[in-house]
Design a protein around this ligand. Sequence first.
Ligand SMILES: [Zn+2]
Length: 105
Amino acid sequence: MDYSPLDPATYQHVLKKTRRRRKYFFGTVLIYIPALVITYRISPTNRAMGTVFGIWVIMLIIVTALAALSRCPRCGNYFHMHGITLLILRRCLHCQLHITNDTPT
Ligand SMILES: [Zn+2]
């Protein structure tokens, strides 16, 4: 892949965006049980539970796609994807760049 290195400001911006997308993903995963418990207390019907579940699935699809399509600022490949494998780890699956490493090397 033809990829030119980014300037430090863009580099940090891209990594920051990737970290934010990871937070959205983990936040969506963690909110599942509390959302269903709260919905059950407010309205314990199948319709309400199904609606909340459907909204959660749509949110999960969106945040997973955003996280999956995050680019690594160092190598230009997808940060969390290798082929069709999606692994939301703390290092780039291609160049091992750590998610908190803000300095271009
Ligand atoms: Zn990389």
